[in-house]
Design a protein around this ligand. Sequence first.
Ligand SMILES: Cc1cc2nc3c(=O)[nH]c(=O)nc-3n(C[C@H](O)[C@H](O)[C@H](O)COP(=O)(O)O)c2cc1C
Length: 372
Amino acid sequence: MSYSINSAEKKLSIINLFDLEEKFQKSMQQSNHEKEADFILGGAGSEYTLRHNISDFDDWEIVPSVMHGLCEDDGVTTTKIFDIDLKTPIIVSPSAAHGLVHKSAELGTIKGTFNAGSLMTVSTFSNELLKDIHESSPNAPWFYQFSMDQNEKLSDFLLHEAVTQGAKAIVVGVFGASFGRRERDIRNNFDFDPDLPFRQLAAFPDYPKNLDILKVNGRTRDISPKEIAVIKKKTGLPVLIKGIQTGEDAIRAIEFGADGIWISNTGGRQLDGIRSTINALPEIAKAVNKRVPIVFDSGIRRGQQVFKALALGADLIAIGRAPLYGLHFGGHKGVTSVLAQLQVELLNTMLLSGITTIDEIKQNARLVRTNR
Ligand SMILES: Cc1cc2nc3c(=O)[nH]c(=O)nc-3n(C[C@H](O)[C@H](O)[C@H](O)COP(=O)(O)O)c2cc1C
């Protein structure tokens, strides 16, 4: 029997993304996809970092300024990265297997993201071929998240296909030399349904038939900084390093040629017990010192959190789980709804703080640290 999942295409009415997360869990349980929901919602170990990625935003308070003669429609959220114009600073993080939540899989995500004026990062573990993703929304800009494989031929095959299909940048995932211990998945004995193959990986002629994600992709070593130059040379594309959590690593990545730093702890899915990305951001922003753009992810559920991360030095904010909730309930329209929700909340925060543009947030927004 084939994997059965939603195929509805509809705009969503959302109060906030926490509500949507709760509804997502219930809906997946009701359709007998509890294990898949756990795979998406869960994190490593006791999920300390997963929780703190969200709650540590409360360590920072916004200081509003309210006498500027502004009107409600004065806010503008346009921005750019590597000369790609975006209507919003909120982009989509790479996540595996979008077919787990909706029939349209990555084809829905790229369409919904593009319609929101944003860009998607396609995971190495996509259910759809890069060619099909690109051809389904040919004008949509997208980044390719690359997980280096022990098998150089497979790595070359993936990078070559990303370039051929028009990726605008390579996002190199640096996850550490092992795989996070996700207890929900261990307890559930989770594995991917054979009906949802990682089509791009499977297109490699020598790809192993066994779909255990713990065994594929040789996740037994981290990458060395020298490999940044090799990837840049092979692709001719800007390279962002995703998974940076310290100022020192950011400096090393830039010294070895990184064109962008992507601060991430993969939403608490790798090493548990580490600091949240929002609390790592000030140190990293200082070390980067505006030499290259900073993308920030892990923990974003509200527009005011987007505002805080921009104020602390990020240039773009990425979301991993939230677009999957939108995709689940409404296909491409649901993905657009999630991005629009954060956009509305961001604009509301900007105007109530006396700020009208993304650059102004970066230059003028004031935050204070609380003494919780
Ligand atoms: C279900 C799921 C699968 C993921 N797969 C990948 C992946 O294939 N490659 C990657 O670099 N990050 C992956 N991530 C991490 C996301 O890119 C991102 O860092 C994280 O979800 C951000 O946290 P948030 O979910 O709180 O927004 C995954 C995250 C989730 C939730």
